[in-house]
Write a protein that binds this ligand. Structure first.
Ligand code: GRF
Length: 188
């Protein structure tokens, strides 16, 4: 059984989608969900899905091995970042080398890097006048959004699309592709 840990900082709709996708899978499961925000709605979703959770603060994440120890104790095989807003520290990238992926709600390398998350991304895409947006699923290293890209999917944008409309189109791509790409990686 391949055990996945999902890291999220906010709503967690992707985390829920991934957990439900693998709910009846006998080879892959979402074992736990971790967050840096005690008030993140993803914790509500995890409770409803009966998935174990861990909440950590900046000191625990960057100055101790408490998150790494939690993942090792649960024999986690793979880490998925789904709306997780902090840089991943070296102790995790080194212990889970080539085993951490992230989804970014734009077509990297455009609209990536520090501060480019959530509606900030979709507003930047809108202001650019680009005719398309999309998602990028990539390997994670110590720098924001710079790991090798695994998969991208695109959606058209019309001049009348608001940032919220772009977000809706991008979320649809996330839900359609992220679980499938995770499955492809873990079964390859
Ligand atoms: C998604 O748009 C994802 O691409 C980005 O953060 C957002 C998370 O949304 N990394 P949710 O918390 O999964 O609803």
């Amino acid at each position: 059984m391949k055990k996945i840990a999902i890291f999220a900082s906010g709503s967690g709709s992707n985390a829920e989608n991934i957990a439900k996708y693998f709910a009846d899978n006998n080879k892959i499961k979402v074992d736990c969900i971790l967050t840096n925000k005690a008030e993140a709605y993803v914790l509500n979703r995890a409770k409803d899905l009966n998935i174990s959770t861990m909440v950590f603060n900046r000191t625990e994440f960057y100055e101790t091995n408490s998150v790494l120890n939690y993942l090792k104790e649960r024999s986690i095989d793979f880490i998925v970042l789904a709306g997780f807003l902090w840089l991943v520290p070296k102790n995790l990238t080194q212990n889970f080398s080539k085993k951490i992926i992230n989804i970014h709600p734009a077509l990297l390398p455009k609209y990536g890097g520090k501060g480019m998350y959530g509606m900030n991304v979709h507003r930047a895409v809108k202001e650019s006048g680009d005719k398309e947006s999309g998602i990028s699923i990539h390997w994670v290293n110590e720098r924001y959004d710079e790991g090798n890209i695994i998969f991208q999917a695109r959606c058209p944008i019309s001049a009348s699309d608001t940032p919220e409309a772009i977000a809706e189109k991008v979320h649809a791509l996330e839900y359609a592709h992220f679980p499938r790409i995770i499955e492809q990686i873990l079964l390859s």
